[in-house]
Each structure stands twice: as C-alpha cells, then as structure tokens.
Design a protein around this ligand. Structure first.
Ligand code: GDP
Length: 424
C-alpha cells in the first residue's frame, strides 16, 4: 500500500482531522510534518470531542504509532499540556505510540512572547497571528538560532548553546521591543519542567519510518492548515511560516526519501478563513452569519468567528494543483442543506477581465467574485451513507465541484462523526 498524505486544499479548517481519524483505520503510522500548536483539528469519536493542536490525529487508534517530525515547531509546554488533557480523557500516550524527532527544533518561551510583542507593534496592520510563537520560531530555525530536541539528552551542550542564544535573543527583546530580558535560570527551569517530560519520546524518526516502511507498515502524513496558508504557495504574507503542502511531508517527517503516492485533499463544501488577508468569496452580514452558525465556524484554538463564504472554485482548483491531490474529500456538505439555492464563486473578475487563474498575492485583494447559483436540496442529509441515497441536487452539486476543480471526489462527509461519510 502506498504512503498517503491528508492535506488541506484551502485556508485550513477543512476537516482534515476528521479525515485522518477516519483513514487511520487503513494505516499503521500517522506523522505530523510541519506547523505547531497554532491551529486545531477537531476530532469527534467514541471517546468524546477533542481539539488537537500538535498531537497527530491517529492518537485515538490503539496500535497506531504517531510521529512528530523534524518539521514541526516543538512547543514542549503546550504539547505536554495537550498530552495530559488527552490522557485525562482516557487515551493512552506512551513512547510506544508517540515518537518525537530528535531533530525537531524547540519552540521556546521567548518565541511566544516575541510573537505577541510584534503583533502589538503592528497594531492595525497585524497579520492575525495566534501568538503561539510560530513565525519567530521558524525565522529563528532558519537563522540557525534555536535548539534541537536531541540536545535535551546532553545537558551541558544544551546549557552552553542556550547561553549563546539567550544573549542574542535578549538583544531583540530588550532593544527592539523594550521588553524584559530572559535569564539563563528562567530558561533552564522551563527546560527542566517541560523538556524533561518529552525526553522519553525522542527518537530518530527517519530511521524509525524507513525501517517501518521496509517491514510493510503503512504511513499517513498529516498536514496542518491548507495550501493557501503555505509559506511559498499561499496568500503571503497572510500565510503560516512553514510549508503545509504534501511535497514537504518527506522533508518534515525525517523520511526524506519517502514517496507520497496518494494525496487526499480535503475541501469544505463552502469556504472559511481565520484571520487577516484577502478572502475573495467572503460573505458579510446576515448571509455570512447564517452560514457561520450553520457550520459552527469558530476557531478550534481561539474561538474566533471564522470568515465564511461560498466555495471558491478558482482558489480550490489552485489548491488542488499545488497539493498534487490525487483525490478529494468534500466535507460539511450537510451544512448547506438550509439553503434554497447554493451560490458558488465560479470565476474572478480582475483588472476588468474575468479569469479562472488564481492571482499572485500582490493583486489578490483586487479580485472580485463571479457567482453562479445551483439548486439546493432542501432536506437533512446527515443520515445518508450511500451516494445513491443523496438527493439529486446534492449529487449535482458534488459533481459540479468535481468537474470544476479537476480532481475526483471520493469521499463526501455529511457530519463530524467518524461514520458520517459517503464513499464514492
Ligand atoms: P481541520 O483543522 O482541517 O481538521 O478542521 P477543524 O477541526 O478546524 O474544523 C472542522 C470542523 O468541522 C470540526 O468541528 C469537525 O468536527 C467538523 N466537521 C468535519 N466534517 C464535518 C461534516 O461533514 N459535517 C459537519 N457538520 N461537521 C464536520
């Protein structure tokens, strides 16, 4: 069986966690390869409702091994709190079912602080950061100014390294932002408290994954956020600070020579977007409020109301290409049941012309949506489990989306529960 990645096609919150939770049945290992605790996957299963931030969604399946690769922003403090919370709800988490890359870089307390200081400095020009320290973390990583988790195993090396980093970071915190300097004692205390907790989980994830693959294990790569938030391919600078696309999965997992043959792109039946940045298909007022409420579109991490609109075929087609999706899971189709007619953003109007190309970020804010309207189905579809049992108008909607995004829709999700799925 091939390696598989489950990725977001749009702005995130497409329901990736729910698809990973479902498809984990077919895989032995689930790997998170990028991002940090700045977004949330919501998973509903027989154990309850969980908001996962850094833990892979395979954590609920016994016998499945979960891996945090070298590409993640390893925030030991929040990861440990998340582990304790999930354990308290009856899920076992041990070094047997959770492995953390010793090459993952540590997100340190000052990254979170710097993130908040910078958002405050930007005031009304802010990017909408979740203040989890992700942008300062990745910039420090690429400047080679953070700690790799494996250093936790060598306290003396770690202490010397921290001393150097501290001297450098304090220049920014005190000089640029006028904030308080960190002391070595403070940081070592934090390491003692949280770094120690994750030490038992550290391993060479590349070695582990290669051996596992050789012995026939099936690997699922799990992304955070969506294609339009990818640092290189998204709506820069309103992106995240890492690569969320499937192509990064081998690099960020440690298994750099892995082939990802199956890419399941998750698309929501309408659009949502958290935070700032151009969002061409956005609905405002009553129309937006109704959709937001119907879809429960409030951030899993922040509780912030998400911006919403109809499905954006231009952006979605672009996301499908960037991800190299081989099939699509269309989620939350049930949410559209209240609409008599279903508008879709079919094209963009830009520079006086109609276009089907997704523009570069510099001009995206000037694009206007060109809407088409499809008939609604006017009944509850959340109990439907077979394609042929969906109302004709719902099937027409799915087929219309499929034709316009250029990729086969093989799953249609009609509810948050594991079993609320139609396989085509
Ligand atoms: P992720 O980060 O891509 O995993 O997405 P989120 O967890 O932020 O958002 C998806 C939300 O939609 C979660 O609350 C899910 O439980 C819920 N959800 C997923 N699929 C469906 C669906 O088909 N129908 C409905 N009504 N809710 C869904």
């Amino acid at each position: 069986m091939e390696n598989c990645a489950i990725v977001g096609i749009n702005w995130g919150d497409e329901g990736k966690g729910r698809m990973v939770d479902l498809l984990t049945e077919e895989y032995d290992i689930v790997v998170r390869y990028q991002g940090g605790g700045n977004a949330g996957h919501t998973v509903v299963n027989q154990l309850g409702k969980f908001a996962l931030h850094l833990l892979p969604s395979g954590i609920f399946h016994s016998g499945v091994v979960n891996v945090l690769g070298n590409g993640v922003a390893l925030d030991c403090e929040n990861l440990w709190k998340e582990i304790e919370e999930v354990i308290s709800q009856g899920v076992a988490i041990t070094p047997e079912n959770l492995k953390i890359s010793s090459r993952a870089s540590l997100l340190l307390p000052w990254h979170r602080e710097q993130d908040a200081l910078e958002e405050a400095r930007l005031a009304n020009k802010k990017y909408g950061s979740t203040r989890q320290g992700i942008a300062p973390f990745y910039s420090d990583k690429y400047q080679k100014k953070t700690i790799q988790a494996g250093e936790l195993l060598y306290p003396e090396v770690l202490k010397e390294h921290l001393k150097d980093l501290l001297e450098w970071k304090n220049l920014t915190l005190t000089g640029v932002y006028g904030a308080k300097a960190y002391t070595l004692e403070e940081v070592l205390e934090w390491i003692d408290l949280y770094g120690e907790k994750i030490k038992p989980f550290l391993c060479d994830t590349g070695d582990y994954l290669r051996k596992a693959r050789k012995s026939g294990k099936r690997i699922l790569f799990e992304a955070q956020l969506g294609a339009l938030r990818d640092l290189d391919y998204g709506i820069y600078p309103y992106t995240t600070s890492s690569n969320s696309i499937a192509a990064y999965a081998p690099v960020g997992s440690g298994f750099s020579d892995a082939k990802v043959d199956r890419v399941v792109g998750v698309v929501k039946a309408y659009s949502s977007c958290v935070g700032e940045g151009p969002f061409t298909c956005e609905w405002f007022g009553e129309e937006g409020e109704q959709l937001r409420q119907a879809g429960g579109e409030y951030g899993a991490k922040t509780g912030r109301p998400r911006r919403v609109g109809p499905i954006d075929l231009v952006a979605t087609r672009y996301g499908v290409q960037v991800q190299g999706a081989t099939e699509i899971a269309l989620t939350k189709l049930d949410v559209l049941s209240y609409m008599k007619e279903i508008p879709v953003c079919a094209h963009y109007q830009l520079g006086g012309e109609q276009t089907d190309e997704f523009p570069i970020p510099a001009v995206l804010a000037q694009a206007k949506p060109v809407t088409e309207v499809l008939p609604g189905w006017g009944c509850d579809i959340s109990g439907v489990r077979r394609w042929e049992d969906l109302p004709q108008a719902a099937r027409d909607y799915v087929e219309y989306v499929e034709k316009n995004i250029g990729c086969r829709i093989s799953y249609v999700s009609v509810g948050p529960e594991r079993e609320s799925i139609i396989r085509r």
